[in-house]
Design a protein around this ligand. Structure first.
Ligand code: BDR
Ligand code: CA
Length: 316
């Protein structure tokens, strides 16, 4: 299968990239980038440097959206710095990649890949839904050809993380998220409902510490920053949000409970960014979303560490 990862390259995005690169039957044909955990320029830089660190510089990186719909600027916040560091990767300094971002725009790469690969293509988004929204807006017919779209976004049955109501990827661009959720494009939503069932802490990442590569050292350092800061304390750990979306795309059987539903996003205060059932489409028999509600977290964590151990070991 062909995979496009759409990243706002913070720490769990870096882990999703590592995990995707190690998947045996997956051809990562490109990474599209977006603002979110970091600015677009930092997301591009982090992605290029991570690919170089992981010895996979041949994977092309594309520039996507710089700011949310309805705005013309984007700044990261203290909250984001706390979770991902000022540079998005836990303030770890990576060697500069010699590669450049591609000339082709992210949404054109997505649309071209949809035409070329159709059913064979999987798109996993791990940042705000702006690139996806723009691709759907520009060419909905091409986007309907995509085999599968899985997004790490939203929270249906539990509170948000950036606010009481909203998950970060949705709150960072509620208008684009609403557009995607209300489009008739089919997708799977991997929200906080399931990602908070896949936490890691120092016990889990001990195994990376024994791997004698620069990649293992850097990934261990950034993940340590993440699990100690995401929920302000080591006890709760850090959630493998973005890697879980990759897993759900490749091994959907990991999801042990799902809900087919039509969704929308609230775009006004006090609940801006909330993902919720769409009243206007409540009685439609066709549902365009499947929301993950339960996951076999042990099976996922086993797979995540088996695959990341291997790729970190091989990144010599
Ligand atoms: C999501 O928001 C970002 O901070 C993470 O990278 C993840 O994609 C979690 O809410
Ligand atoms: Ca992300």
């Amino acid at each position: 299968m062909k995979l496009i990862l759409d990243l706002d390259t913070g720490i769990d995005d870096a882990l999703a990239l590592t995990y995707a690169l190690g998947q045996p039957d997956v051809d990562l044909i490109g990474v599209t980038t977006t603002f979110g955990n970091v600015t677009i320029d930092q997301a591009i830089k982090n992605t290029l440097n991570l690919l170089s660190l992981l010895k996979r510089e041949e994977v092309p990186v594309f520039k996507g959206s710089s700011f949310p719909w309805g705005t013309s600027d984007y700044h990261t916040t203290e909250d984001l710095h706390r979770v991902h560091g000022v540079n998005g990767i836990g303030n770890v300094e990576l060697p500069e990649s010699s590669k450049e971002v591609q000339q082709q725009a992210a949404i054109d790469f997505i649309l071209q890949s949809a035409e070329v690969f159709g059913e064979e293509l999987i798109i996993v988004t791990a940042g705000p839904l702006t690139n996806l929204a723009e691709a759907i807006k520009k060419n909905p017919t091409a986007m309907k050809k995509v085999g599968k779209i899985v997004m790490m976004a939203g929270a249906l049955t539990i509170p948000g993380n950036l606010s009481l109501f909203a998950e970060a990827n949705v709150l960072n661009d509620p208008l684009a998220a609403k557009f995607v959720l209300e489009s008739n494009i089919s997708f799977t939503m991997i929200g906080l409902d399931v990602t908070l069932q896949t936490m890691i802490d120092y016990q889990d990442i001990k195994q990376w510490q024994a791997i004698p590569t620069k990649a293992a050292k850097a990934i261990t350092e950034m993940t340590t920053y993440y699990y100690t800061n995401e929920y302000s304390g080591e006890e709760f750990g850090g959630a493998l949000h973005d890697p879980l979306a990759v897993a759900a795309a490749i091994q959907p059987a990991l999801l042990t409970q799902v809900l087919p539903i039509n969704l929308t996003v609230e775009t006004e205060e006090p609940s801006i960014g909330r993902t919720i059932g769409d009243m206007n489409r409540l009685n439609n028999s066709v549902k365009n979303a499947v929301v993950g509600l339960a996951i076999d977290s042990n099976a996922f964590l086993d797979d995540f560490f088996t695959i990341t151990n291997r790729i970190l070991m091989n990144a010599k």
